[in-house]
Design a protein around this ligand. Structure first.
Ligand code: MN
Length: 291
């Protein structure tokens, strides 16, 4: 086994708003070379760093009805809570520590707002939204939805902390979410001085985000809060050491290596499939959802 080196450490760029409730730093796809192809199968990642929202009791903040086709949206709540509804009748509230894994596949309409209770009180809000591409043969599956409450995630002890497995596996412990291609997604929660040793195949695309605290990768590379680390495709093994109490999101996935045709909320394999998605959307084939 050989060491997986750090390829880049990126600072969060200027935030922008998605709707009026999600103040996000975009990491994928972005400049710095983090294209959909480079990060395959991770095609989008918006990070809402911790931000205080005042109460908004009469009108929860968020994003109105919009479609998706061809991939999965994964929402990880670190602070605050989000209510979600989709045209398949699915819905619920994602509370702190929970994950929502929505397989849009052939198409859904959905909307995402700060939950009623969060809107009443206001408070700190911090989330990750990740889009995981679907293999071509699953893009037109029926939509589905996995509500993954924090207590469903296995938590494995490491030196001075734990690994919370959302999807994939860590040291033989399988995560709570089921996926359509090999994807590992986990939180490393480490006390000051704690250390997690991780290993993924060299060709898997692998990245980290420091959600809380400050860490060192491979003992030397210092990574501040809210920064994104792209790991190189040169080896398998790396370590995260916490300089202070820290939380790090770890993502690693096997590239699908299929053509990507992306336009807004649709990610397919060909331009024709994108045109079809727009047509189906206009014909109301994504169902109905009231704003
Ligand atoms: Mn959405």
């Amino acid at each position: 086994m050989s060491v997986k080196q750090v390829e880049m450490v990126l600072a969060p760029r200027e935030p922008h708003y998605v709707g009026d409730g999600f103040r996000v730093h975009n990491y994928i796809p972005s400049g710095y070379g983090l294209t959909m192809q480079r990060m395959d199968p991770f095609i989008m990642l918006d990070y809402a760093s911790k931000f205080h929202f005042p109460p908004s009791p009469y009108k929860p903040k968020g994003v109105g009805v919009h479609p998706h086709r061809g991939f999965e949206t994964v929402t990880i709540a670190y602070k605050g809570s989000v209510a979600h509804h989709d045209s398949g009748g699915g819905g619920g509230v994602i509370e702190e520590g929970d994950v929502q894994w929505m397989t849009a596949a052939s198409g859904v309409l959905h909307k995402e707002y700060h939950s009623e209770s969060f809107s009443q009180t206001g408070g700190d809000f911090q989330m990750v939204q990740l889009w995981v591409n679907l293999p071509a043969k699953h893009k037109m599956n029926n939509p589905s939805y996995q509500a993954i409450q924090n207590n469903l995630m296995p938590k494995i002890q490491v030196e001075g902390g734990l690994i919370e497995v959302i999807a994939g596996e860590f040291n033989g412990h399988e995560g709570a979410a089921s996926t359509f291609s090999p994807v590992h997604l986990m939180n490393a929660k480490l006390n000051k001085g704690g250390k997690a040793s991780l290993s993924f195949p060299a060709h898997y695309n692998t990245a980290l985000i420091v959600i809380e605290g400050e860490v060192k990768v491979n003992g030397t590379e210092e990574v501040p809060l809210d920064h994104f680390v792209l790991m190189a495709n040169d080896g398998e093994d790396f370590s995260i050491t916490a300089s202070v109490d820290s939380v790090v999101l770890v993502l690693s996935g096997e590239p699908l290596k299929e053509p990507i045709a992306a336009h807004g909320p649709f990610v397919m394999n060909t331009r024709e499939e994108i045109m079809q998605a727009f047509q189906d959307y206009e014909l109301g084939k994504f169902g109905v959802l009231e704003d």
